[in-house]
Design a protein around this ligand. Structure first.
Ligand code: ADP
Ligand code: ZN
Ligand code: MG
Length: 488
């Protein structure tokens, strides 16, 4: 819909707010706790009593710097806090301390991996600021309209936020979604934020415009506000692109405004137009000195960056032969990535390891509420199981049975096989006798086979598995059936 097929192309830039995973607030020592009773984490600073002074949270600065480094940004030698002035009941000071024309991170670039290949997104900037408090509406179903009363919970007021702004480099909602998902994985790997969208610790606004496909200029943009799920954001962008194309094709003009997308109704509503936009009267925050991070510290942080998900994923798809989806699923969280790498490090086939960890292992553990890295199935046990599959000691169904026992007891797979007599029948004579008996016992099917109906091999394999409790090697049984029939 947004491709050359319609003659139009979309242009998208996103702005992402993430709550930084610090212990305390941006400018005071109040603890950050989601879900505590209202107004239990407040002090004169975050309540804006007169005469108090803010102090910058060093950990928030560190998290902003490592994010900037991971996104390929330059860390500004000097950045400045500004006051962004506006009135709202959730803003105790009637201004928000933010950064304006001297943000802490500037000019980055990110390579985004997708199943169809990769693309690049420019990062305009990332800046530090504080969050507003939270309005709580009583009655009226918790919404502002129709509420009997509204209160302010200042626990959230002063939470450190990092706002990341991209260049208008994204061309489809799917690209925007892929970028945001990779960004979330990156931020989680860095320990910068839990990026929990339901709790609002990651919020994304999408700026959208359309232009004739292939042209270079920029059309008038609208801004889709505060979507709290990537899926809804993508659907909202699709709806907004279609709306804009409809306006232009009908001879109209898109007006610059801020919009809300209602995922239930698949409808777009205007929140405010450009004319209603605030003039924030930014001015430098006189109570805070500029942030001038020590260069040696920045270099130390750069050297200490963990392996980022995109880098890990690329290595796994290029060197280990995993699919993009395998790599995406296994690279998050970091513990799972480490688990997979530990299994492969013992010599296991990477693709088999990926399939078994993603599939059967996680399925079996889910019922127990366990994660692979905290389960009895250590990477060494998992690798041993894969080796037993690889050398055909175990068939897939038997391996699942053995795995269940390892999950339960933590016993080495080879011992489980021995104690339970679960190994595949490797004695060729035993298998030959079995196949001969089955052919004799099922003359009608044997006749069909001789008549050239090769599909009937599956019937005999099934019978053999049944007769042995799954311990026959199905591939070998199939071969033997064909040999016997061919031999007459
Ligand atoms: P504003 O002044 O409205 O805040 P900015 O130039 O600061 O606009 O850009 C805000 C966001 O909007 C950025 O992510 C940017 O990439 C994106 N953006 C800017 N112009 C366009 C456009 N014409 N179409 C789509 N996105 C745009
Ligand atoms: Zn406080
Ligand atoms: Mg702007």
């Amino acid at each position: 819909m947004t491709t050359a097929a319609t003659g139009w192309e979309a242009v998208i830039g996103v702005e992402i707010h993430v709550q930084l995973a610090t212990r305390t607030k941006m400018f005071c020592g109040c603890e950050l706790r989601f879900g505590d009773p209202p107004n239990t984490h407040t002090c004169p600073v975050c309540l804006a009593h007169p005469g108090v002074l803010p102090v910058v949270n060093r950990e928030a600065v560190r998290l902003a710097i490592i994010t900037g480094l991971a996104l390929g940004c330059e860390i500004a030698p000097r950045s400045q806090f500004h006051r962004k002035n506006y009135f709202y009941p959730d803003l105790s000071k009637a201004y928000q301390i933010s950064q304006y024309d001297e943000p802490i991170c500037i000019g980055g670039r990110v390579e985004v991996l997708t199943p169809e290949g990769s693309f690049e997104v420019g990062i305009t900037r990332a800046h530090l600021e504080e969050d507003a408090a939270k309005l709580v509406h009583v009655g009226g179903g918790g919404r502002r309209a129709g509420a009997e009363a509204s209160g302010v919970d200042f626990n959230r007021g002063g939470t450190p936020l990092l706002e990341i702004v991209t260049e208008p480099d994204l061309r489809t909602p799917a690209q925007a979604g892929a970028f945001l998902r990779q960004l979330r994985a990156t931020l989680r790997r860095l320990g910068v934020s839990d990026c929990n969208m339901e709790e609002g610790s990651m919020r994304a606004d999408a700026n959208v415009s359309v232009r004739p496909a292939g042209s270079a200029g920029l059309g008038t943009k609208t801004e889709l506000k505060n979507m709290n799920s990537f899926r809804f954001l993508e659907r909202g962008m699709e709806a907004e692109i279609a709306r804009q194309i409809g306006i232009i094709e009908a001879g109209g003009r898109v007006t610059q405004e801020t919009l809300h997308y209602d995922p239930e109704l698949n409808e777009i509503h205007s929140l405010r137009s450009k004319e209603e936009a605030h003039d924030y009267r930014y001015f430098p925050e006189p109570d805070l000195v500029p942030v001038v991070p020590d260069r040696a510290w920045v270099e130390e942080l750069r050297a200490g960056l963990p392996a980022l998900p995109a880098v890990t994923r690329r290595r796994w798809t290029d060197d280990l032969g995993l699919t993009f989806e395998d790599a995406e699923v296994l690279s998050e969280p970091a513990e799972l990535a480490a688990y997979f790498e530990a299994v492969v490090a013992t010599g296991a086939d990477p693709k088999a390891a990926a399939n078994w960890i993603r599939g059967e292992l996680r399925a079996q553990l889910r019922e127990l509420g366990q994660e692979p890295w905290e389960s009895a199935v250590t990477p060494a046990r998992m690798a041993e199981l894969l080796a037993l599959l690889g050398d055909r000691t175990l068939s897939v169904p038997l391996a699942k049975e053995v795995l269940a026992e390892v999950v339960r007891t933590g016993a080495p797979p080879a011992r489980v096989v021995e104690e339970k007599g679960l190994g595949q029948i490797s004695d060729e004579g035993e298998l030959v006798a079995l196949v001969e008996r089955l052919l004799a016992d099922n003359p009608a099917q044997a006749e069909q086979l001789r008549g050239g109906k090769d599909k009937v091999v599956g019937f005999f394999v099934g019978q053999a598995m049944k007769a042995t409790g799954g311990r026959a090697d199905p591939a070998r049984v199939g071969e033997l059936v064909r040999e016997k029939v061919a031999a007459g």
